[in-house]
Design a protein around this ligand. Structure first.
Ligand SMILES: Nc1ncnc2c1ncn2[C@@H]1O[C@H](COP(=O)(O)OP(=O)(O)OP(=O)(O)O)[C@@H](O)[C@H]1O
Ligand SMILES: CC(C)(CO)[C@@H](O)C(=O)NCCC(=O)O
Ligand SMILES: [K+]
Length: 244
């Protein structure tokens, strides 16, 4: 059995599979505060269990996950210069978030053409992947909720209110909500222009906040939850994965 773990800043997503490319037994998402579901999961699985993960939530989180699972070693994905046909063009490949690296590997496995890999989580990332598998570069934005919160925190008059999207917002709450959603959609559409002319160019969109603006996007779009876990499975299926 193999357990795939995507430890993000808001939640920890997991998937239990028979083998790296095999049948999915179970999956879920948990809050950082309560890792008990991972301990329960471990006790239901007959050993041996291989654990492959990506973590952008810090070393303390990695330790807590290991303790909750009671396993010796977790194979945490370390972004490098290349893996599974994807080349990392970051100036310092190790600086790239492991979740972005896994998602790019997953995207390259799923789609033959150029794609824009968008993950709408705590932060939103918008990453360009060429048809050849080159990660050309990408954006990091505050996620939708972080954007809304930053306005409430940084101003006297702006509340953290539940607004709705409007093309021409005519109240404060709608103006905030629409501004944050348009910022996300606009950044994505502008990045997509760089690959739009290529045959089969596609935007792959995932993450917990994707529903908030998916309908606004005017580009070839495919929803995919969860690209990070798919990428981890792709890495795990390699004879010598780029994990440590
Ligand atoms: N409909 C929504 N509108 C705005 N923000 C949302 C919406 N749904 C989720 N979010 C926010 O998006 C952020 C990430 O949500 P979620 O935990 O579901 O995504 P995630 O992909 O698991 O994130 P991460 O990998 O960063 O942990 C949270 O701050 C959450 O409150
Ligand atoms: C951008 C986030 C927060 C998205 O989860 C994560 O991938 C991260 O912490 N990345 C490290 C910095 C970088 O990717 O350049
Ligand atoms: K962070």
């Amino acid at each position: 059995m193999i357990l795939l773990i995507d430890a993000g800043n808001t939640r920890i997503k997991w998937r239990l599979q028979a083998a790296a490319g095999g049948l999915i037994h179970d999956e879920g998402a948990i809050a950082h505060e309560n890792l008990a579901p991972l301990s329960r999961l471990r006790s239901t699985v007959a050993a041996p269990l291989r654990v492959v993960g990506s973590n952008v939530a810090g070393t303390e989180t990695a330790r807590r996950i290991r303790d909750a699972l009671g396993v010796e070693g977790i194979e945490w994905l370390r972004p490098g210069a290349q893996a599974c046909g994807v080349r990392n063009l970051y100036a310092e490949p190790g600086q790239l978030g492991a979740d972005r690296w896994a998602a790019l590997i997953g995207a390259h496995d799923l789609h033959a053409g150029a794609c824009l890999v968008v993950m709408a989580g705590t932060a939103t990332t918008v990453d360009l992947l060429s048809a050849d598998g080159d990660f050309l570069g990408g954006l990091i934005l505050p996620g939708v909720e972080l954007m809304q919160q930053s306005l409430a925190n940084g101003t006297a008059q702006l509340p953290l209110a539940a607004g709705s999207f409007a093309a021409q917002p005519r109240c404060t709450a709608d103006a905030i909500r629409s501004g944050c959603l348009q910022a996300q959609a606009g950044a994505i559409e502008r990045m997509f222009r760089q690959i739009a002319a290529q045959p089969g160019a596609l935007c792959l969109l995932g993450g917990g906040a994707a529903d908030a603006f998916a309908d606004l996007l005017e580009l070839p779009l495919k929803r995919f939850d969860n690209l990070v876990l798919h990428g981890l499975a792709t890495v795990a299926a390699q004879p010598a994965g780029n994990t440590a």
